[in-house]
Design a protein around this ligand. Sequence first.
Ligand code: GLU
Length: 422
Amino acid sequence: MSEERQRSLHQVAVEQFQRAADIIDLKPQYREILSHPKNEIIVNFPVKLDDRSTKVFTGYRIQHNNILGPFKGGLRFHPQVDLDEVRALAAWMTFKTALAGIPFGGAKGGITIDPSQYSEEEMARVVRRFTHALGGNIGPEHDIPAPDMGTNSQTMDWVMDTYANITPPGARQSVKGVVTGKSLACGGSLGREEATGQGVLYALRHWCGETSARLEGLKVTVQGFGNVGSHFAELAADAGCHIVAVADHTGTVRADGGLDIHKLRSWVADTGGVGGFPAADEITTEELFSEEADVFVPAALENQLTAIRARSLKVRLVIEAANGPTTPHGEAVLADRGIEVIPDILANSGGVVVSYFEWLQNKTSMAWSLTDVDERLRSIVWAAHDEVVVTAAQHQCSRRDAAYIVALNRLADAYNRRGIFP
Ligand code: GLU
């Protein structure tokens, strides 16, 4: 594992797209451009804490690419956030939006912070001061943040309100689309909160269609029970899957016939984590990776699926709900063992796709029904899956390489026509 840790996450992201670039012989100038983020904004800003002391926080916004549309991507609040991680996450957004075929580029931001250590009032001040520090670096036609790990609709409401308040009065109503993932009360979209989990389930349904597997009765293990993991688990359980084991930072629980996910969600809402959930056995994190099932869904941090863990997996399919959950060594082991991987930029694009819907609704002052949102999400996500399957067959490559090929072809088409200024 130490060997795996030596590679920076951004390096891994670059290597992933370079492998696909080799297959299609991408022009060197595009490789060069896409290997670097376009803009890197780092802000240090002071915030008054409840005990009257002042703390300076470091926030990032990395704008990777905007050839296909405004920069787009989440804000992550986590103690592990650093420049390298945000750079990688920003690059993945460029490929994710290009693959989905939505008119956005890629960006990511974050603050190195453990939100659980601060009061709600303190977090409001952190978010507002960060938004103020970013100032004109974000905007509804320029760079549009969204939720990610450690942030939610409340965070986005504060960003939108702060941004509106630093906008001239006549334009305030037109800047709601500066962030997506807002609450419904503030211009959010139906279906946005569960969108990433919904997209992961569509990925699973697509794979079932390809392989003639039945969704009902499929055994699934899930690592991570935050927004993505919990919504996916609930939607999948409602669709008939057996969620046999779930892990988060408080523990790992398993149940032979499948966990009652509705009860687990209320347990987590009350206690803060899955650990100690009655009506389940407690196992270790490592045992999660050797649990017998059909599908493993990593929905937590990066670099979780290492070579050692990939060797112990007893599943047929890995669906990457998290960004970058599989290490390069882990990926090689999975390929060796014939375990199929639906890659992150394809599997977890549901969030940004519904962010696009929210942005469109804000632009047109409309509110779509949940059925509308879900139908459109499914059609975009499945179209991308179809393209990936065809491309993988055409080039005899993995789904990850194929996903990057589809994205790179879209980016290259735009560069070919626009040229490089001046
Ligand atoms: N943070 C999510 C992601 O990694 C959503 C980004 C967005 O909606 O802009 O894809």
